[in-house]
Design a protein around this ligand. Sequence first.
Ligand code: PGA
Length: 251
Amino acid sequence: MRKKIVAGNWKMNKNYAEGIELAKEVSNLVGNKTFHCEIILGTPFIHLAEAVKVVNSQKISVAAQNCANKPSGAYTGEVSAEMIKSTGASHVIIGHSERRAYYAETYQTLKEKVDLALQNNLIPIFCIGEKLSERETSIHFDIVKAQIQESLFHLSEENFGRIVLAYEPVWAIGTGVTATPDQAQEMHFFIRNVISDKYGKGIADVTTILYGGSCNPSNAKELFSNPDVDGGLIGGASLKADDFLKIVDAF
Ligand code: PGA
């Protein structure tokens, strides 16, 4: 059985005090309840170490939203995978479409980030997804396949088995337009086949593939009920503890 996950991606929101408050709120709402998925909070770098301390670590993991593509040294302003690991965080979001678009992250840089994350025992949550123009010209499958091939297919079977994927169609992110359950399932099924062709069905079947893009309490259940959708990467709705928990509870 593959892991089900609901991960929040706070993006560049919440100052220090607000972020720690949100982490506590989520942890309090989770309490001792049992959910049918792993819960991850993707916080800005400044919150990581304290967020790890204030949440119930048996129930909630903490993720960074990026890491450097260099191990250490004279790279002013960057944060390395090793530094992230030292905060107690366990995951790192890599290749989010906002980073690809606004910070010119390339297949090659992302490949380096994935390698460093894995070397430091962080689980990469690797984001892929097409732009609206790419879907409209029917190249969305090719684009998503290339994103996977170019940044992940150098990995050994063992290392690929440690990756979590997040399919996030760019046109659905922060827009209020969600992929239909059929569109999500169609792409997730395609992604699983791409993995199967390279690494075999065994690995493809245990790879967790999240959906992201305007996922909220009212559409999560329907999205997650698809056989190849293993959870969600949640932006806007992860900034309110109640909404986030409703999505977690959709499993
Ligand atoms: P959204 O963002 O839920 O606000 O659309 C998702 C994401 O970018 O991870």
